[in-house]
Design a binder for this molecule. Structure first.
Ligand SMILES: Cc1ncc(COP(=O)(O)O)c(C=O)c1O
Ligand SMILES: N[C@@H](CCCC[NH3+])C(=O)O
Length: 418
């Protein structure tokens, strides 16, 4: 989180005091550092300099237009999973020829739109999806560039909810069945086989599972060559972890170097789909303490952000640091559960956190740039937070806070005579 530092006891994002943002725009508010996003992207891009490679930011991690635009300006590609994400990338100035389309359930209209704008590749996840892409392409008189997401059956050693590369997961095509699918695809007139991809899970903190998957994919690529099917690009997906508390994941350049070493001598374009490792530590969620409450020997700090704003703690029991915007010298630290106003026992952002709190204090939930706002909901009819991008000593509102009138838009009661 080195774009977030204390200066004279006040937490800043780059050169902006975060209290200033809270005072001007209220809380809860997500704040992103442009510099942190750029540096994280460039650590991939620079490690791949001189290689035929594409770094496609996984839009699902953070789809704010300003975030996408910052990355598009650096020449990033994008990994999308819906037409909604496609339209966001186009609106943000992303280059369609650098888009990969992932996901297990692509709709015909989504495939059509992606073909019309000319994306780089469809990452296909099943036999049935192959047929659908083939049919849509033929109907449009086009040929769809395709890759198959191979499920290599490796243990990513991450949280079971975010592990995707095991036989038991819904994702991808079983590696033992993949060769047959590739052979069939080679006979279909609406598709052109161009690549192979995998994505074994998220928040991986070791390189080994990536290399295990890579080895299995390379073996399959060699088998396909025997069948006369050549693979022009290899997409290793996303998944590189970040430090939320004391994890020590490899850096993007260490990871890329290990992959390049394994590939030495092979002529193949490389694609990566990082999400979390680009944006997680580029963002915080600002929140304010509403009330302090003591029951038995428990201490609850009721804050104005809740599970609907940031669901990772409730959903995965994920740990994200929570720190004060202003360091306080007086008073004592207690172990607080930081809970939101939503009516669920599981509504917490942190438990047992040693903090010196007073009502009205402003806090930052750290590492909130990935899978934060994008997973927010309106549960309990709560408005989604505002989003802000800091650029050096300036800050910009990049999404307005939702208003109650937005929440009832498109809803109707039954006619009065019913
Ligand atoms: C196909 C695919 N690519 C890329 C990503 C991005 O993963 P991460 O945010 O872990 O880098 C995901 C999400 O896990 C994914 O499902
Ligand atoms: N949403 C998850 C990661 C899932 C990755 C999507 N494929 C998280 O917050 O950690």
């Amino acid at each position: 989180m080195d774009s977030f530092t204390y200066q004279n006891g006040r937490l800043c994002c780059e050169e902006v005091v975060l209290e200033k943002i809270a005072a001007s725009l209220g809380t809860p508010t997500y704040v992103y550092s442009r510099d942190a996003i750029e540096r994280a992207y460039l650590s991939y891009a620079q490690a791949l300099e001189g290689q035929d490679a594409l770094v496609c930011f996984a839009v699902k991690a953070n789809s704010n237009l300003a975030v996408l635009n910052v990355l598009a300006r650096l020449g990033a590609g994008f990994d999308i999973v819906s037409q909604g994400e496609l339209e966001r990338v186009l609106r943000a100035g992303g280059d369609p020829s650098k888009i990969v389309f992932s996901g297990v359930g692509k709709q015909p209209a989504e495939i059509q739109r992606a073909l019309e704008v000319g994306i780089f590749c469809f990452n296909i996840e099943s036999d049935a999806e192959l047929d659908r892409v083939n049919e849509v392409a033929l109907a449009l008189g086009k040929v769809a560039p395709v890759s198959f997401r191979v499920n290599p059956d490796v243990d990513a050693k991450t949280h079971p909810y975010i592990s995707t590369g095991l036989k038991e997961n819904k994702f991808g095509i079983d590696i033992d069945h993949a060769r047959a699918v590739y052979r069939r695809a080679a006979t279909l007139p609406g598709v052109e086989v161009v690549g192979m991809d995998c994505h074994i899970g998220s928040q991986l903190t070791e390189i080994r599972p990536f290399l295990d998957a890579l080895e299995r994919l390379l073996k399959l690529i060699d088998e396909l060559a025997e069948d006369g099917i050549s693979i022009h690009h290899l997409d290793l997906g996303g998944g590189l972890g970040v430090c939320y508390t004391d994890e020590q994941p490899p850096s993007p350049d260490e990871y890329v170097a290990a992959v390049l070493e394994k590939l030495a001598g092979r002529q193949i374009k490389l694609v990566f789909e990082p999400g979390r490792s680009i944006v997680a530590n580029a963002g915080v969620l600002l929140t304010q303490v509403e009330f302090l409450k003591h029951t038995g020997d428990k201490h609850f700090a009721i804050i104005d952000a809740a599970m609907n704003d940031l669901i990772r703690p409730s959903l995965y029991n994920a740990y994200q640091e929570i720190v004060p915007l202003t360091l306080r010298e007086e008073g004592e630290a207690l172990a607080w559960d930081l809970v939101g106003p939503v009516c669920e026992t599981g509504d917490f952002l942190g438990k047992n956190r040693l903090l010196n709190l007073e009502p009205g204090d402003l806090l930052a939930v750290c590492s909130a740039g990935a899978y934060g706002f994008v997973m927010a909901s309106n549960y309990n009819t709560r408005c989604k937070p505002a989003e802000v991008m800091v650029d050096d000593n300036q800050f910009y509102l990049v999404r307005e806070r939702e208003r109650l009138s937005d929440l009832m838009k498109g809803e109707h009661t039954l006619p009065a005579d019913r």
